[in-house]
Design a protein. Structure first.
Length: 561
């Protein structure tokens, strides 16, 4: 290396840090230092890498490829704590260990790696995010925590030195690593699933389950990991025959998670599922959930009504609560008294009075709703209408001057009407109270960094359109579409985030059909004649606009159309 380093930084950069910045830097684990430096020095990732390379004399590799043989040589704990990973280089000497890191290695790191690999490696720089991802992909999430090798390794994080060899402490760190990675990946759920001779962990990201890369030695820690999760959730760790439910309050940096925990006994061990609710999650407005200007105009008109019911329908995980909270934020003002009844509370709405149901003590949606009506509310949000009692109280509230928001589990918007009638609500009350029904789905959004534009493949696209009730008219409206490619930013999936698809139904013009208890099909046909755009057609507009793909649309809609 061409210049002396202080805590992994060339002298010219180290001198730009104040004593306070230096202290903060040294308190951080190595995976967080690069991002801290970009903020402290006012440089973006590429600029900081360039300066580090110029001043240290270490070359940058933008897209490093992992060396499988090097991974076998470098212990997981070193890779994780030092944030280094072995890579392959074209034309490199056989058997030579080449390592990439986000920051130039200081003397301690060099000595540590040399001691435990018996080699003096060549060093290179690479983007911090890429290094961290390669470590996760090749060693597994939390691999540094459960590493069996080198239990007497010199510790780069002195605060944990006394507990390195302790299995309980290792399991605690591993569970924390798994949850932190879930937050980083944008997961909504984490599943710990015991299999024969193995423990599988999966995240649900953008609606799809993704297998988590794990350390090879994970199976022997299985019981300790499940017990750790139960302890965190304050569950009975000795009860393994019955399902249990609990909660974990988890903090990861600035993220505060309210985690709902559910356990069920399986043939191998208890399976544990976690639902991650970010208490500081950024709330979405109607633009961000994917509503176009026409859809927003329709909804805002109803949001201005002083009373009535607005329903959002769709399967579990389709974003119904997110949409209702977008509506609440739209009408939230100092002259509105808003009360919400939820299970769970997913978003905090400033100024609203939010109630968490607790069925075990009798605080159900229906009982909370009855009490809420004595609280002088203007707007009420009921998390879900699950039974006749809740439905009747909601309708009575809407007919006595309250604006009521709620959700139902139905496949399409007109289906909400027949569902309420099937529950036992009188059809004339449904027709009088319900002002708007929105059915929605969430489809994965194309990654903006790598999606490419391609000509329309008519032979492939026409059958797909016909399967969703469309045809030549829709096909002739576009000449090119966008398709997924895959890059580092989207973890090579081609998609990043999700966007909503909405079917908006106004029941009032169908009042006579509702009172006559007609079938859902007849109700849908009248609604479409009155201008309702079905989910499939609304989704096609998202495809034509380059936001998602036909494959995504079919995956979400084919089972319900």
């Amino acid at each position: 290396m061409a210049t002396a380093l202080r805590y992994g930084l060339p002298q010219v950069l180290a001198e730009k840090l104040t004593p306070e910045m230096t202290a903060s830097l040294l308190e951080l684990p190595r995976e967080g230092r690069f991002k801290f430096l970009t903020q402290a020095l006012g440089l973006d990732e590429a600029a900081l890498l360039k300066v580090l390379s110029t001043e240290s004399g270490i070359a940058v590799i933008e897209e490093p490829a992992v060396d499988p043989e090097g991974v076998k040589v470098l212990p997981a704990r070193i890779a994780s704590e030092a944030q280094v990973v072995p890579v392959l280089l074209p034309g490199a000497e056989a058997g030579k260990l080449n390592l990439v890191a986000a920051l130039p290695p200081d003397a301690e790191t060099v000595d540590w790696v040399t001691t435990f690999t018996s080699r003096r490696p060549n060093w290179y720089l690479a983007p911090a995010e890429r290094v961290a991802q390669l470590i996760t992909d090749n060693y597994g999430v939390g691999s540094g925590s459960l590493d069996d090798e080198g239990e007497d390794l010199p510790d780069l994080q002195a605060a944990a030195a006394d507990n390195e060899a302790d299995q309980d402490a290792a399991v605690v760190r591993f569970v924390t690593d798994v949850l932190a990675q879930a937050v980083a990946d944008g997961a909504t759920d984490v599943h710990f699933e015991p299999q024969e001779g193995a423990l599988r962990i999966r995240y649900r990201v953008d609606g799809l389950l993704v297998a988590v890369p794990l350390p090879d030695n994970l199976a022997r820690f299985q019981d300790a990991i499940i017990s750790r999760l139960k302890i965190m959730a304050r569950l009975n760790i000795s009860e393994r025959r019955l399902p249990q439910d609990g909660r974990i309050n988890f903090r990861d940096g600035k993220n505060v998670l309210d985690i709902r925990v559910s356990t069920i006994p399986t043939i191998y061990a208890e399976s544990v599922s976690l639902r991650l609710l970010n208490q500081r999650k950024e709330a979405y407005d109607m633009n961000r959930i994917g509503m176009n200007a026409e859809e927003q105009a329709q909804i805002r008109k109803i949001l201005d009504y002083p009373h009535g019911i607005i329903l959002v329908t769709g399967p579990t995980g389709s974003g119904k609560s997110t949409t209702l909270n977008a509506f609440l934020r739209e009408i939230n003002s100092p002259d509105q008294r808003i009360v919400t009844i939820e299970d769970p509370i997913e978003y905090e709405v400033p100024g609203a009075n939010q109630v968490q149901t607790k069925a075990e003590i009798g605080l159900t949606f229906a009982s909370a709703l009855r009490s809420t009506l004595r609280q002088d509310p203007d707007v009420i949000m009921v998390g879900e209408i699950r039974d006749l009692e809740t439905a009747e109280i909601s309708i009575r509230a809407s007919l006595t001057g309250h604006l009521v928001f709620s959700t139902l589990h139905t496949n399409d918007a007109p289906g909400a009407i027949t569902r309420l009638v099937d529950m036992g609500v009188e059809p004339f009350l449904v027709g009088s109270a319900v002002e708007l029904v929105i059915a929605q789905r969430l489809v994965r959004r194309l990654c903006p960094d790598c999606a490419r534009t391609v000509p329309v493949d008519r032979k492939r696209l026409l059958p797909a359109l016909e399967a969703l009730g469309m045809g030549e008219a829709e096909l002739n409206s576009v000449k090119e579409l966008r398709e997924p490619v895959g890059c580092r930013r989207c973890r090579n999936t081609g998609y990043r985030g999700r966007v909503g698809v909405f079917e908006i139904f106004h029941p009032k013009p169908c009042h006579d059909l509702i009172v006559a208890r007609v079938s859902n099909r007849e109700l849908t046909e009248r609604a479409m004649a009155n201008g309702m755009r079905p989910l499939a057609k609304a989704g096609w507009l998202k495809v034509a606009a380059g936001l998602t793909t036909m494959d995504e649309l079919i995956r979400n809609l084919s089972a319900t159309e």
